[in-house]
Design a protein around this ligand. Structure first.
Ligand code: UN1
Length: 512
């Protein structure tokens, strides 16, 4: 069995420091000698260590995933949906424990962690319904006695690479859809969050075993760059779905494209929110603060750039300052704290360096940026607001931290153009009660992002919509809508039930 028991891990949180394997093929665990420590963001102490997969182990996991796929792809889709339904019942039963694991490893406030587990449950429910709706079109043909149709077939083993900030839900978006679509899944979770990954794997293997399916339909590989490269270069992997930085996604995208494989990329954002003169300010302030401070600014959808109409600038800044200076920051297990720590010391240092660079580029710190605790006792920092020109070079980068740049504008067209001028294109929002302004923002000459919201912040999307962004964000769409099509291959079938062989385009090819 897997060497993790959800309750046991939680009971021994700080003193067990267990060593976990490097590869999990279903319930089979493989170990390697090369280990890395997992540091808890809450107190900076080691909570566990994990092995890194060897090259031989990666070959083995791909081979076993491939043979499990062969058995799984022929199971009728609604039965595959039943697996996800049973898995989601287990997730529901362990909701609180799973949320605690997320808070422990990612440092997220417990309310947000519960929300993340709910997001996993929601996407499972969506996938169960989807398992009876994997339909193709029937298309009118130009030839008599012919029928043309589309079918969608499973792809094969797929790799899911997920980040520390959503250690369960983003895997969930992928695995729930990928499995009902008939694929096997190899998960490369963040090495920061191995217990969250193993807990999910344990529950999925439990559901697979209860239904007598091959547990190797689901595998986990703990790997760093070398192992990831080996995995994504393997031609047997039909799709690589990766969430993380633009830099990581570009490197993976190029490698997979070189072997004509498929990618589904959900990369960095540099998300903006525009506040127009007619905005409902109490809604706007709440949306800004949740989007900028939630998950300590470590969501790909976090608000990074705030464009305020000049008539409201002083008022909004004053209100934000009050929130930023009073927001409760501390132990994520205490539900009163709305912000936990950043994930590690590097994240804290990166935030401080960005603030320094912003100042060097003429930015003015309005508030925040003070370190709350020392490096050996967690990674807490006060969120910061910096007023700066929207075309400063630091503003073009995504700093994965609670650092908000504010800009003021006069004309909405100028704000939209500045919003779109960065290389990333994930999420965006406008606050306005003016129909013309909101429709302009949503039109093809408005926001160029994959997500464009009205009177809602940039983060906190529901699973029912397609999630992802344009430009350097990678172009992928995961989760809801028709994102399932990414996990299947489309076949066009033309069937002739007549006695002639008419050719398309009216071509005649008659033998003399
Ligand atoms: C991420 O940060 O990678 O829309 C995912 C949101 C969440 C998902 C974020 N539902 O903020």
């Amino acid at each position: 069995m897997l060497d993790i028991n959800i309750q046991a891990v939680l009971q021994n949180l700080y003193n067990k420091q267990q060593h976990y394997g490097s590869v999990y093929i279903g319930q089979q665990t493989l170990y390697s000698k090369q280990n890395i420590d997992v540091i808890c963001p809450i107190d900076g102490k080691k909570i566990a260590s994990i092995g890194l997969s060897t090259a031989v182990q990666i070959e083995q996991v791909v081979a076993e995933s491939q043979s499990a796929f062969k058995q799984w792809e022929v199971v009728p889709a609604p039965q595959r949906g039943e697996l996800i339904r049973q898995f989601s019942v287990l997730v529901r039963n362990h909701k609180t424990d799973l949320a605690k694991m997320i808070s422990l490893e990612a440092g997220k406030p417990i309310q947000e962690s519960l929300g993340e587990v709910q997001e996993l449950i929601d996407v499972c429910d969506f996938a169960v319904g989807l398992s009876r709706q994997l339909y193709g079109l029937t298309i009118a043909t130009e030839r008599p006695n012919h029928r043309m149709m589309e079918q969608w077939h499973p792809l094969g083993p797929i790799v899911v690479i997920s980040a520390f900030n959503f250690p369960m839900a983003v895997w969930g978006w992928n695995v729930a859809l990928a499995l009902v679509c008939g694929n096997s899944v190899i998960w490369k979770p963040s090495c920061q969050c191995p217990l969250s990954a193993l807990a999910c794997q344990q529950l999925l293997v439990q559901a697979l075993t209860a239904l007598n399916y091959n547990p190797a339909i689901s595998s986990i590989v703990f790997a760093q760059q070398q192992g990831v490269e080996q995995l994504v270069d393997n031609k047997k992997i039909k799709l690589v779905s990766a969430t993380g930085s633009c830099q990581m996604g570009r490197a993976i995208g190029i490698r997979v494209a070189a072997r004509m494989g498929r990618t589904l990329l959900e990369l960095g954002g540099n998300n903006a929110l525009i506040v127009c003169p007619s905005a409902n300010l109490s809604l706007a302030i709440r949306a800004i603060t949740f989007s900028a401070l939630g998950t300590s600014g470590q969501r790909c959808t976090s608000l990074r750039r705030l464009f305020i109409h000049q008539s409201l600038h002083a008022n909004i800044i004053e209100q934000l300052k009050t929130v930023y200076q009073t927001v409760k920051i501390g132990d994520p297990f205490n539900p009163e704290n709305l912000m936990g720590p950043l994930v590690n010391q590097v994240a804290v240092d990166t935030m401080l360096t960005s603030i320094e660079q912003a100042i060097a580029e003429g930015g003015k710190v309005i508030c925040g940026g003070e370190i709350i605790t020392k490096a050996d006792s967690g990674f807490y920092i006060r969120p910061a607001i910096v007023q700066i020109s929207s075309d400063a070079s630091i503003v073009q980068q995504e700093t994965f931290a609670p650092l908000l740049y504010v800009h003021s504008f006069d004309l909405l067209e100028e704000a939209i153009s500045a919003q779109n001028s960065v290389s990333q294109g994930l999420s965006s929002a406008i606050f306005t009660e003016n129909l013309q302004e909101s429709e302009l923002f949503l039109s093809c000459i408005g926001s160029d992002c994959g997500i464009a919201n009205v009177n809602i912040g940039t983060s906190g999307a529901e699973i029912g919509g397609a999630f992802g962004g344009e430009k350097d964000t990678g172009g992928g769409r995961e989760s809801g809508s028709d994102a399932w099509k990414n996990y299947m291959r489309r076949v066009t079938n033309t069937i002739n039930y007549g006695n002639d062989l008419p050719l398309a385009q009216g071509i005649s090819f008659d033998m003399p």
